[in-house]
Design a protein around this ligand. Structure first.
Ligand SMILES: *Cc1c(COP(=O)(O)O)cnc(C)c1O
Length: 385
């Protein structure tokens, strides 16, 4: 057994990253200085979008995207139940109604056929999530969006560096969100971004993250003088600091290397587990190349004599930092109180009963990977039917 705890995810910072932050601390701007714009430029360049707007975190960025999309009370927005709560919560922040569409049992991503079934005259947007880093079926989703005149906001918190049909995720829909939380591909401590090719959304997002205030002269209804600004809607202070942006720029230099290592580790897991009857390895959709934010095994509950909980606890006891992604969002108390029913998303709920997330982060050594593999195989062997 390992004698140190191996977390499921962790950042990788080096001296260069630390120096980048120190340089900001020694300079004149701690926040909303020139480094934010540089970071935004780096992100936009990497994903191939025209614009990027940095936010204090990914959740705030999603909130901004829902606002920019004009979602409000009475509007319905379709998303997946197998995601972090923030993918749905952002709709609630602007007063909209969340409509869940069940997943595809192979990819674990939102099923376009289920989206189609949930469309009503009130549907305004779709928020697909590229779960674990595997791109959702964007062609099908865009076709539905076009047919019904809907806005698509990708929650790509797992998918920085992922590709759909040979193109990087980040400029394929109206808006795309990435998160820079420490477990994600690169980190700014806390941080998020919206990428877009749409100038209208871009300007709304900039204004939204800074109180709804504008200083753009051409945008003012009156102008008392050079000091004058206007607040035109109720925005927030959702700005990222230059300290974080500097860390982000430095981290982005290593992104491709990080993603390559994530893919390598996932491949080692796949090979070790592919013939194991007690579990299913993640399947990959032909149209996408995953950036492997998460590696999730699905237990074959017919072949083992215990539940997921026993396996989970046994792995934890061996210092393997397993996790579960995710508890279906519609089953959480807040959504239950809003009237969403357990049992309404059978595929998501069935998946939830059987999944375990294994440690996966670029800084893991090959020995760490072996420890995980050995523990999983050993625990499953014990309970095999
Ligand atoms: C991490 C994450 C978010 C939120 O990002 P934060 O930066 O933590 O606010 C949203 N959606 C998904 C799927 C995530 O994994």
């Amino acid at each position: 057994m390992r004698n140190t705890y191996l977390p499921y995810g962790q950042q990788w910072l080096d001296e260069e990253d630390i120096q980048a932050v120190v340089n900001i601390l020694k300079g004149n701007y701690l926040t909303t200085g020139p480094t934010i714009a540089k970071f935004e430029e780096c992100v936009a360049k990497y994903v191939g979008s025209k614009y990027a707007v940095a936010f204090s975190n990914g959740t705030a960025a999603l909130h901004g995207a829902c606002f920019a999309a004009g979602i409000e009370k009475g509007d319905e927005v379709i998303t997946t139940p197998i995601t972090f709560a923030a993918s749905a919560n952002c709709v609630r922040y602007v007063g909209g109604t969340v409509v869940f569409a069940d997943i595809n049992e192979d990819s674990y991503n939102i099923d376009p056929l289920e989206i189609e079934r949930k469309i009503t005259s009130n549907t305004k947007a779709i928020i697909p999530v590229h779960f674990t880093g595997q791109p959702a079926q964007l062609d099908e989703i865009h076709a539905i969006a076009k047919k019904h005149n809907l806005i698509v906001i990708e929650d790509a918190a797992h998918a920085l560096g992922a590709e759909y049909k040979g193109v990087k995720i980040g400029a394929l829909s109206d808006m795309t969100m990435f998160s820079f939380h420490p477990v994600k591909h690169v980190t700014t401590g806390e941080g998020g971004v919206i990428t877009t090719n749409n100038e209208f959304f871009y300007k709304k997002l900039l204004q939204f993250r800074s109180h709804g205030i504008t200083r753009e002269r051409s945008n003012l209804l009156k102008n008392d003088g050079p000091w004058y600004y206007d607040m035109q809607f109720l925005g927030f202070n959702f700005r990222m600091t230059d300290i974080q942006a500097a860390l982000g720029i430095s981290q982005l230099r290593k992104l491709d290397q990080f993603v390559a290592r994530r893919r390598e580790i996932s491949q080692i897991y796949n090979e070790a587990f592919q013939n194991n009857e007690c579990l299913f390895i993640p399947t990959q959709h032909v149209d996408g190349i995953s950036s492997w934010h998460l590696y999730i095994i699905k237990l074959n509950l017919d072949k083992i004599s215990v539940t997921r909980k026993e396996i989970f606890e046994a792995l934890l006891a061996q210092n393997i930092g397993v996790n579960v992604h995710y508890i279906p969002v519609h089953t959480l108390s807040y959504y239950q109180e809003l009237g969403y029913e357990e049992g309404s998303m059978p595929k998501a709920e069935e998946l939830y009963e059987a999944i375990i997330t294994l440690p996966l982060f670029p800084k893991m050594s090959n020995e760490d990977v072996e420890d995980v593999i050995n523990s999983v195989i050993m625990e499953l062997e014990k309970v095999k039917k």
